[in-house]
Design a protein around this ligand. Structure first.
Ligand code: FES
Length: 243
């Protein structure tokens, strides 16, 4: 299998990532993010590239790439919009937000499906929509993410305004976290290829991440001296039968 789209720079990035691990195969997850930063998804050429760089079989790489939902097997949009539809968000309106975006980005007759793209994949303003499992921000439900940055306390209207802005080429500020960029740029960061701390793009990866709602409980507990009971050291572990 050809590894055509991946040039010398990508090979150099891959070698830098691989050198961070005692076992080269441990670099597979970062390498799959690197592949997505180049192509916007994990193509068959991307699978072959990872296999070649790591001395693995393509079957081994495929097994990993198809296990994790963060690796896309078809071209993503400029942006990835992930709407949490897990229990708490669903109850707080997340299902309605997702269904609204499906119809808004598609149509009433043909709502956009999970991991389908509105627009031409990779082109400016294109959006891949997905429903996501719990995004670990239940106290701010319903939440969605754009390229993994949080937009908290969403409504159908705020979500529509958000995707409209993305389609116009705007980059609305997330509720917290780093400023918005695009899916490929974020994939490079997730691969572990960060800009230097004095680089003008450092703000891509840095930003306030604390949500007032999240720390309020901890602050109340601290103010009132509440502590969780200590875990006893003599709690017996369950017996596990050898097979
Ligand atoms: S259920 Fe949506 S963030 Fe947890």
């Amino acid at each position: 299998m050809s590894t055509e789209p991946f040039g010398e720079d990508t090979v150099a990035d891959a070698r830098e990532l691989i050198a961070r691990y005692p076992e080269s195969r441990s670099a597979l997850l970062p390498l799959l993010h690197l592949v997505q930063s180049v192509q916007g998804y994990v193509s068959q050429e991307g699978i072959a590239f990872c296999a070649q760089q790591l001395g693995l079989s393509e079957a081994e790489v495929s097994a990993v790439a198809t296990f994790y939902t963060m690796y896309k097997r078809k071209p993503c949009g400029e942006h990835l919009v992930s709407v949490c539809t897990n229990t708490l968000c669903a109850a707080m309106g997340g299902d309605a937000v997702y269904q609204k975006l499906q119809r808004h980005l598609g149509s009433d007759d043909e709502p956009l499906g999970h991991e389908q793209v509105a627009g031409t994949p990779g082109e400016p303003g294109s959006i891949m929509l997905e429903h996501a499992e719990c995004l670990a921000a239940c106290d701010l439900a319903p939440v969605l993410q754009v390229n993994y940055e949080y937009f908290d306390n969403q409504t159908e209207q705020s979500a529509v305004e958000l995707v409209d802005a993305l389609q116009r080429g705007d980059k609305p500020a997330p509720t917290r976290g780093a400023p918005l960029s695009d899916f490929k740029t974020v994939e490079r960061r997730l691969a572990g290829l960060l800009p230097d701390a004095d680089d003008e793009y450092w703000s891509d990866v840095d930003g306030p991440s604390q949500a007032v709602e999240t720390v309020r409980g901890a602050q109340l507990a601290a103010d009132r001296g509440w502590t969780a009971p200590a875990m006893s050291d003599d709690v017996p572990l369950p017996e596990v039968e050898a097979k």
